[in-house]
Design a protein around this ligand. Structure first.
Ligand code: ADP
Ligand code: ASP
Ligand code: MG
Length: 416
């Protein structure tokens, strides 16, 4: 008998937002089962449940212990897996819901942003052999000591991709409230266009640059284990976006998408003495607070005597970084320190950048034509990012999207 295919289907919060939607998702899984597939579902908390739980925790405590936050937040997924199993039973099929602890989805012990270390297959395989649809709680894990962990906001995608990888699934389907990955967030750029196929590298950069549609670590699993990921709508049957290994044609387009991050801050130090030891002190003091630094720019003047340094950090770290830099400014006589507690970063992404020239020039021109000042610029092989004032973010996104004609299916993404 030919071995049955295996499919992982993940349903995000809006796709299980009420009883009717839960039934719709259940019917989709049943349909795959009737087509001869073994089905593992991964389900997020209903609607905005996780946001509400976070808000509730903050009402009770200004600094909720992370262990307790994890115990609280994982309840959202426990509700939706149970309801999903009920909906499948109601549809006349067998299903079982499993929490991370029941399944054996092991993580490290970093509460609120744990990483998956190992997934036990026995229980999963046993249930699948019984012909059941297995419904796994997304976003959660358990550490060696049996403590409940979570994998970071939006990480049900990662649960799904990791399960698809260990089970050697034929596909991982991500059902969401958009019908695929777009050239920009369609909520911010209404004429953004759906992308049919995108490489893991591009999607990973998009996720890192703020495209909330997929959790970055999910893409890493897909890439490492060559699991194609299909991002698609839970409301329709139209083909969505395949995230897959890069194919030759993909480089023909210089820019695939434009993203915006609005949760950043920037610090500019003016007139510090140009001493490599001092630069090292600055960044090691910042690192002591686990602050992730990005986009460092430095220029030297006064015959090599003095330097200006600017860098970008997550907005949530801005207050701590301010304390550190203000203290160093006093100790080492910096001329001044400018703090921008909110900045935005617009990033253009595409593997075609490797073989197309003029991409940066076109992006800078687009921002300049829109009268938007660029604070810092960063480039890597397939990304160009410009930090702009926070009020300019959405306009910068549209300006760059328009400049590369990303809404036009023919002229897409060219630098010329
Ligand atoms: P889910 O709850 O299903 O995980 P998310 O809210 O995490 O859904 O992700 C879907 C949302 O991602 C969309 O509603 C859309 O606004 C946003 N998004 C951001 N960037 C993009 C993009 N480039 N393409 C598609 N959607 C995007
Ligand atoms: N429910 C979790 C969150 O809102 C995980 C997810 O939806 O992927 O972040
Ligand atoms: Mg999501």
């Amino acid at each position: 008998m030919p071995s049955m295919g295996l499919i992982v289907q993940k349903f995000g919060g809006t796709s299980v937002g009420d009883a009717q939607k839960i039934h719709r998702a259940a019917r989709r899984a049943i349909r795959a089962k009737l087509h001869g597939q073994r089905v593992v579902m991964v389900v997020s908390a209903m609607g905005r449940t996780t946001d509400k739980l976070v808000a509730l925790a903050r009402e009770v405590s200004s600094t909720p212990p992370k262990r307790e936050l994890d115990v609280l937040l994982t309840t959202g997924e426990q509700v939706s897996i149970a309801l999903m199993a009920m909906a499948i039973h109601e549809g006349g099929h067998e299903a079982i819901s499993l929490t991370a602890a029941q399944l054996g989805l092991m993580t490290d012990s970093v509460h609120t942003r744990a990483r998956i270390q190992r997934i036990e297959r026995q229980r999963l395989e046993r249930e699948l052999e019984k012909g059941r649809i297995v419904i796994v709680a997304g976003f959660q894990g358990i550490d060696q000591a049996g403590e409940i962990t979570t994998l970071g906001r939006g990480a049900s995608d990662t649960t799904a991709a990791a399960l698809a990888a260990v089970l050697r699934a034929d596909a991982c389907e991500i059902y969401t409230d958009v019908d695929g990955v777009y050239t920009a967030d369609p909520r911010l750029v209404p004429n953004a266009r759906k992308i049919d196929r995108i490489s893991y590298d591009e999607m990973l950069e998009m996720a890192a640059a703020g495209a909330g549609v997929m959790h970055a670590r999910a893409i890493e699993f897909g890439m490492r284990f060559s699991v194609p990921i299909h991002v698609r709508s839970s409301l329709t049957d139209v083909h969505g976006t395949m995230i897959m290994t890069e194919t030759q044609g993909m480089e023909a387009i210089a820019i695939r998408s434009v993203t915006l991050r609005e949760d950043l801050a920037a610090i500019f130090i003016i007139g510090m003495s140009n001493d490599p030891g001092l630069v090292s002190t600055l960044f090691s003091e910042i690192a002591k607070h686990n602050i992730v630094v990005d986009d460092i720019i430095r220029n030297i003047y006064d015959n090599g005597q003095r330097a200006n340094i600017g860098f970008v950090i997550p907005a949530e770290s801005s207050a701590v970084a301010r304390e550190v830099t203000d203290r160093l400014a006093k100790e080492h006589g910096f001329q001044s320190v400018e703090h921008h507690s909110r900045v935005s970063k617009v990033s253009a992404i595409g593997v075609g950048m490797r073989s197309h020239s003029g991409v940066a020039a076109k992006m800078f021109q687009a921002l300049s034509d829109a009268g938007i000042e660029i604070h810092t610029i960063s480039t890597s092989e397939i990304v160009i990012g410009c930090v702009v004032s926070s009020g300019d973010g959405p306009r910068a996104l549209t300006a760059v999207h328009d400049a590369f004609e990303l809404s036009n299916p023919n002229g897409a993404g060219d630098a010329t």
